[in-house]
Design a protein around this ligand. Structure first.
Ligand SMILES: Nc1ncnc2c1ncn2[C@@H]1O[C@H](COP(=O)(O)OP(=O)(O)OP(=O)(O)O)[C@@H](O)[C@H]1O
Ligand SMILES: [Mg+2]
Length: 236
């Protein structure tokens, strides 16, 4: 197995408040790792620190064999680290298709595995909406669009922050199915989620975070049966 992303002893602050405490995680190539935790546990802060939006006060981030701890976000993106934030920002006045084409580029390894036709194949819903202004899409459609847009950059790793948040169950099921297919096709994903059930059939392994600390790590099937951890650290 090839390791693509590693965080070692990460700490992060917002002003004087310490939010992350020695966060460690390892993401292997072609795997999906869930980062689980309840509201305010530090999932988004971890994702932002990995993406370079929040600086790491201490610790190291190794991506595809390089130390990226001090790199700005755009340099990390150029190396193939794609970050999809929880706010689902699209270019509202542009069509779905233009939102995708704006992001099209070959990957850091020169690959262009993801092109518009493959996106339409994977996201038939988006193909039906290709001419629609992105600002007029539903929340779930926008979520699909921002994931697809990230893929158009042919990244090595996708950082997905709470793709299921605030969406209706049917839409969540669509996104879940799509992420499962994406994983099966060889994508490497770090998936931050509150919803353990959403992650169950997508991620093989889960890291549980609470109050900015990694408190547990387990395969997702085992975690689903682990009442104690679920009761203590996850809201279910
Ligand atoms: N910009 C900020 N300034 C100060 N504190 C912040 C800021 N953003 C988040 N926090 C605090 O940092 C902690 C971790 O927040 P974070 O957003 O990382 O949690 P989360 O696990 O993503 O939660 P959620 O499930 O609500 O998205 C929380 O206590 C939150 O209040
Ligand atoms: Mg969050």
């Amino acid at each position: 197995m090839t390791e693509l992303l590693r965080a070692e002893g990460l700490s992060a602050f917002y002003g004087p408040s310490r939010i992350l405490f020695d966060v460690n995680l390892v993401l292997q190539e072609k795997r999906t790792l869930a980062l689980l935790g309840r509201n305010g546990a530090g999932k988004s802060t971890t994702m932002k620190t990995l993406a370079g939006i929040v600086p790491a006060r201490s610790g190291r981030i190794i991506f595809a064999g390089q130390d990226i701890t001090r790199m700005p976000p755009h340099a990390r993106a150029r190396l193939g680290l794609a970050y999809v934030p929880e706010d689902r920002q699209v270019f509202p006045e542009h069509s779905v298709e233009d939102n995708l084409l704006i992001a099209a580029k070959s990957g850091p390894d020169g690959r262009r595995g993801w092109t518009l036709p493959r996106i339409w194949d994977t996201f038939p819903l988006l193909e039906n909406l290709r001419a629609r202004e992105a600002g007029r899409l539903s929340g779930g459609e926008q979520q699909l669009l921002v994931i697809a847009r990230a893929l158009m950059g042919n990244p090595l790793v996708l950082l997905l922050d709470e793709p299921s948040e605030g969406l209706a169950p049917m839409v969540v099921a669509t996104i879940s199915r799509m992420l499962r297919e994406l994983g099966a096709s060889g994508a490497t994903i770090l998936l931050a989620e509150q919803n353990m059930h959403f992650c169950l059939r997508i991620a093989e392994e889960a890291v549980v975070i609470d109050k900015g600390k990694v408190v547990h790590q387990q395969d997702t099937v085992g975690l689903a049966r682990n009442e104690d951890i679920r009761r203590r650290y996850l809201a279910m």
